[in-house]
Design a protein around this ligand. Structure first.
Ligand code: SF4
Length: 360
């Protein structure tokens, strides 16, 4: 068990394991502050497997913090397109400007200054400072929280549980190699001490784990009350013209603000008629909805979206405001800042057009 006498042994076991088995991930090849920062922001709420290709592309597009700081928001969102949670991209962009203006392009070295960077919270600050600079700061993400809750059999729930885990994470921190240490705990949580079925038989610190000693691994961490999922039905209008599909831009400040998307609206049982009325009211678009082309399911935070995509014909003149409306060839969509739901709709409807629907 991790009592003060056992902690050095626990640290040695976990670090030794990590150095033997760690995955070769693109952001681990160079502990440059900018690369570490970008990777940590991308990895929030997103899996390693999903992030890897985006990370390479993003770094190719914006190889330095200076390149990111001078980029336009549209370019940054386009490079982020498909990763979701776009507020992260906007904050990273603002953070890059802050770091260039206030710190000469280097991520600050103190926790206090790091927390003043837009979008940087205690976790990101701890991860970047420890991995890029070797500063002895613990980083508590979901993986670290789970591992510490199990090692110490933390019974408190919610914020009190978080505080207890944070205290334990600080006690455990190997100050001689804080970057490797933080990554070792995260790696253990991601690959061995997983949420549902921890593989305690292959765990390098099983002999120190209180939850394991009690045979109660699955009881920790104590469950949080989750927001109940909300079911939403969204209807989308596929309007095509000369091989291009019509996209509209979401308003500033809304969820996924300023992203491009297929004209769409949530429906309360209104079907195609509700779609026509809503698009008229919201965008001034006069469309006539035709055949149902595809159905798809999508999840955003607590919303469970059931999507219905209708072929639609534009009535009247095409919209002229190029800041709000754009005709885009399907193969060009990946170059725009587009919501994941729109990518899904376009994939679902990318079948040869038959003769039953409409074309503008
Ligand atoms: Fe997690 Fe099991 Fe290892 Fe404990 S023994 S840290 S529950 S994998």
């Amino acid at each position: 068990m991790p009592d003060p006498g056992g902690i050095p042994e626990l640290r040695a076991s976990l670090l030794g394991w990590y150095r033997r088995v760690r995955r070769d991930l693109p952001w681990r090849r160079d502990a440059d502050d900018y690369r570490v920062w970008v990777s940590e922001v991308m990895l929030q709420q997103t899996t390693v497997r999903a992030v890897a290709p985006y990370f390479e592309r993003f770094l190719a597009r914006f190889p330095t913090v200076h390149a990111l700081a001078v980029a336009g928001e549209e370019d940054v969102l386009a490079a982020w397109s498909g990763l979701g949670y776009y507020h992260r991209a906007r904050n990273l962009h603002r953070g890059a400007r802050h770091v260039v203006e206030r710190h000469g392009g280097r991520f600050p070295r103190s926790v206090e200054a790091a927390l003043a960077v837009p979008g940087v919270g205690p976790y990101t600050a701890g991860a970047v400072l420890s991995i890029a600079y070797g500063e002895p700061v613990a980083a508590l993400d979901g993986n670290v929280r789970r591992v510490t809750a199990r090692l110490f059999a933390v019974t408190e729930e919610g914020p009190r549980g978080d505080a207890a885990c944070r205290t334990h994470a600080r006690e455990l921190l190997e100050t001689r190699a804080p970057g490797d240490w933080n990554q070792a705990v995260m790696e253990l949580g991601a690959t061995v001490c997983t949420p549902r079925r921890p593989r305690c038989g292959g765990c390098p610190v099983a002999g120190h784990c209180r939850a394991h000693a009690r045979g109660e691994e699955a009881s920790f961490p104590r469950a949080r009350t989750r927001r109940a999922p909300v079911q939403v039905t969204v209807a989308a209008a596929i309007v095509e013209r000369h091989g291009r599909v019509l996209l509209v831009r979401r308003a500033e400040g809304r969820l996924m603000g300023r992203l491009w998307e297929i004209p769409q609206t949530s429906l309360e049982g209104g079907g195609a008629a509700g779609l026509e009325a809503e698009l008229r009211e919201r965008h001034g678009l006069h469309v006539e909805a035709g055949a149902l082309l595809a159905r798809a399911a999508h999840a955003i935070t607590f919303r469970r979206i059931r999507l219905e995509a209708y072929r639609a014909r534009l009535r009247g003149r095409p919209p002229a405001d190029s800041d709000r409306f754009r005709w885009v060839a399907r193969e060009e969509v990946s170059g725009l800042a587009v919501s994941s739901l729109t990518h899904k709709v376009l994939r679902a409807t990318a079948v040869p057009q038959g003769s039953t629907g409409y074309r503008a």
